[in-house]
Ligand binder design. Structure first.
Ligand SMILES: Cc1cc2nc3c(=O)[nH]c(=O)nc-3n(C[C@H](O)[C@H](O)[C@H](O)COP(=O)(O)OP(=O)(O)OC[C@H]3O[C@@H](n4cnc5c(N)ncnc54)[C@H](O)[C@@H]3O)c2cc1C
Length: 501
C-alpha cells in the first residue's frame, strides 16, 4: 500500500505538531515553509549582533508539549530545558505602585494585600478559584477537543458538568466579571490584560478568558536558550518520525481535482501531489472556496502590535523576565484600537527582558536583549504606519517606561521595529492581526473554523482556528487537524479529544 502523502503548508506551531503526529502515524509528510526556519510567529529577530525572541515569550500549558513528545515515545525534557518562573510578571504604573505576581497564589495574595489592602487579597483568592473552575470546565471538552458547537459543548460536559458550565458566565464581559473581585482600578486593569493574550478587547471579551489566569498560575516556564528552541525541538521530533521539511518554500495554490484536494503549487511553479493538505497560515489567506468560514473582516480582527527587538543597556528599574508598564486610561487604549483604529496616546508597554530571571542576571552596564511591545490595530494591509508615526510612538512608549523609572539606552543599540505592516508581510491576509479573529462576545469562541476545510482532504491548523491562538493552543490545533485527518482516512466520525494533564 502506498503511504498517504500529506503536505503541510507552514511550520508554525500548528504545522509542526501536525507533522510530528502524522509522520509518527505512518504518513509521508512534506512541510513547505516560506520562511528560512521553523516557528512562524515564534521567530528570532536580529537586534544588532544579538538575536531576540520577537514573538511569544510566555510559555504555559507545558503538558501540551509533554504529551506531544510522550506520544512519540520521547521526552520534552531531553530537548528543551524549562525553568519554572517564580515571578510570573512585574507590573508598574505611571501613577505609582509596583506589584509582582508569583507562581504561588498565597504569595501573590500577600503582595496584593500590601499593595491594595486585605479586601483585594481576598478578591484575588476568589478570582483564582473561579478561573481554575472555568479552566477545569473547558480544558477537556473545548481546548483539547475538536471545535464544538454550543450544543456539542453542553453534551460533552454532560449533566454533571452543566452547573459548572452555567457558572462560567459566558454572557458577561471579562471587564464586567472582574468587578466581582477587584475594586482597585489597577488590579482591574492588570487582570483584564489577560484578554490581550488572545488579541481581544477586555471590554468585549467573554469572562471565560479568566481561565488564562489559571493557566499562568499553573505554571509559566522560561525556556533556556530562548523560546524559539521549542519550535526547533518539535521540528526535530517530526524529522525523527520521518517528516521532510522544505524551507524558503512558499505555496501559492492548493489545487482541487475531482472535488477533493489534489496537492499544492509552490511559488516556484513546482506541483506537489498530495492525498491531503494541512494549511497552517491564517485562514483568511485561503481562497473563499476552500474556507469553511468567511475571511476575518478588518473590523473583526484581533490585535496587532508594534514591537521593538532591542539589545540595549537599561537602568533605574529592576526588570524581571516579564514586565508590564501601565498608563492610566485602559478603556481608551482599547476604544482607540478597536473603534478609532489608532494607538492611544499612552499605551500599555510589555517588556520581556530575555536575559533575566531564574538564575540569569545581566552584568552591570552590559546590554541586554529585550522585546518591547504595544498593542495596535490590525490595519497593516491598508493603513500602514509612516516613519513619523512610528518615531512618535517610540517616543511615547519609552517615555512611559521613563515615567515608571526605566531608562533604556537606545542610542547606538541594536534595534528592529516590526509594525502591523511588517506582520502583514510575514503573515499575509491578516492586516498584522496576530491571533486570528478577535474573541469577542459570548459566541466569539465558537466563531473560529474547526480543523476541516470546505473541500475534502483540506485541513486547518494554527492560531486562527479552534481552539485559538497562543502557542499551546496552536500546537493543540495541529494535533487536532492530524487526528481528524487520520480518522477521516480510516472512515471514522467520532469526536477527536486529547487527554488533558
Ligand atoms: C509578538 C507576539 C507575541 C506573542 N506572545 C505570545 C505569548 O507570550 N504566549 C503565547 O502562548 N502566544 C503568544 N503569541 C501568539 C503565538 O505566537 C501564536 O498564536 C502561535 O505561535 C501561532 O502558531 P500558528 O500555528 O498559528 O503558526 P504561525 O506562527 O502563524 O506560523 C504560520 C507559518 O506558516 C507559514 N506560511 C503561511 N502561509 C504560507 C504559504 N502560503 N506558504 C508557505 N508557508 C506559509 C508562515 O511563514 C509561518 O511560518 C504571540 C505572538 C506574537 C506575534
Amino acid at each position: 500500500m502506498p503511504r498517504d502523502h500529506v503536505v503541510i503548508v507552514g511550520a508554525g506551531m500548528g504545522g509542526l505538531a501536525a507533522a510530528a503526529d502524522l509522520a509518527r502515524r505512518g504518513a509521508q509528510v512534506t512541510v513547505c515553509e516560506r520562511a528560512a526556519a521553523p516557528g512562524g510567529k515564534m521567530r528570532q529577530v536580529p537586534a544588532g549582533t544579538a538575536l531576540v525572541d520577537g514573538g511569544p515569550t510566555v510559555f504555559t500549558m507545558r503538558w501540551v508539549f509533554e504529551n506531544l513528545f510522550a506520544d512519540a515515545g520521547e521526552s520534552l525534557a531531553d530537548h528543551v530545558e524549562l525553568v519554572p518562573a517564580d515571578i510570573l510578571a512585574r507590573h508598574a504604573w505611571r501613577a505609582g505602585g509596583r506589584l509582582d505576581l508569583f507562581a504561588d497564589i498565597e504569595r501573590s495574595a500577600d503582595a496584593i494585600g500590601v499593595f491594595a489592602g486585605p479586601g483585594e487579597a481576598q478578591g484575588y483568592r476568589d478570582f483564582c478559584a473561579r478561573s481554575a473552575r472555568i479552566y477545569r470546565t473547558l480544558a477537556g471538552p473545548f481546548i483539547a477537543a475538536e471545535r464544538p458547537s454550543m450544543l456539542d459543548l453542553v453534551r460533552r460536559v454532560g449533566p454533571h458538568g452543566l452547573p459548572d458550565l452555567m457558572r462560567i458566565s459566558p454572557a458577561r464581559s471579562l471587564w464586567g466579571a472582574l468587578a466581582d473581585h477587584f475594586q482597585d482600578p489597577r488590579l482591574h486593569q492588570l487582570f483584564a490584560r489577560y484578554a490581550t493574550y488572545v488579541g481581544a478587547n477586555p471590554f468585549f471579551a467573554p469572562a471565560t478568558l479568566m481561565l488564562i489566569a489559571h493557566v499562568e498560575q499553573d505554571g509559566v516556564w522560561l525556556v533556556r536558550g530562548g523560546i524559539n528552541r521549542v519550535a526547533h525541538a518539535i521540528r526535530g521530533l517530526a524529522e525523527r518520525q520521518g517528516a521532510n521539511f522544505r524551507f524558503n518554500t512558499g505555496m501559492r495554490e492548493i489545487f482541487v481535482e475531482k472535488g477533493r484536494v489534489g496537492g499544492v503549487v509552490l511559488d516556484s511553479g513546482e506541483r506537489i501531489a498530495a492525498d491531503a493538505v494541512i494549511f497552517n497560515g491564517d485562514i483568511s489567506a485561503l481562497p473563499g472556496q476552500l474556507r469553511p468560514v468567511p475571511a476575518t473582516a478588518p473590523a473583526k480582527r484581533s490585535l496587532s502590535a508594534v514591537t521593538w527587538c532591542l539589545n540595549a543597556r537599561t537602568s533605574g528599574f529592576p526588570l524581571a523576565h516579564h514586565n508590564v508598564f501601565f498608563a492610566e486610561d485602559y478603556e481608551d487604549e482599547f476604544t482607540s484600537i478597536f473603534s478609532h483604529r489608532r494607538i492611544t496616546d499612552a499605551p500599555t508597554v510589555y517588556i520581556c527582558a530575555q536575559d533575566r530571571g531564574e538564575g540569569s542576571v545581566v552584568q552591570n552596564g552590559a546590554p541586554e536583549r529585550m522585546l518591547a511591545l504595544v498593542n495596535a490595530p490590525a490595519d497593516g494591509d491598508h493603513a500602514p504606519m509612516d516613519a513619523a508615526s512610528v518615531a512618535d510612538l517610540e517616543r511615547r512608549t519609552f517615555g512611559l517606561l521613563e515615567d515608571c523609572g526605566l531608562e533604556v539606552e537606545r542610542k547606538g543599540a541594536g534595534c528592529t521595529v516590526t509594525t502591523p505592516e511588517g506582520f502583514e508581510k510575514l503573515f499575509p491576509a491578516t492586516g498584522g492581526a496576530l491571533y486570528g479573529r478577535a474573541n469577542h462576545g459570548s459566541t466569539g469562541s465558537f466563531a473560529r473554523a474547526g480543523a476541516v476545510g470546505r473541500v475534502k482532504g483540506l485541513y486547518l491548523a494554527g492560531g486562527s482556528v479552534h481552539p485559538g491562538p497562543g502557542i499551546p493552543m496552536a500546537t493543540m490545533s495541529g494535533r487536532l487537524a492530524a487526528a481528524r485527518l487520520l480518522e477521516d482516512r480510516a472512515g471514522r466520525r467520532g469526536t477527536v479529544m486529547f487527554k488533558v494533564s
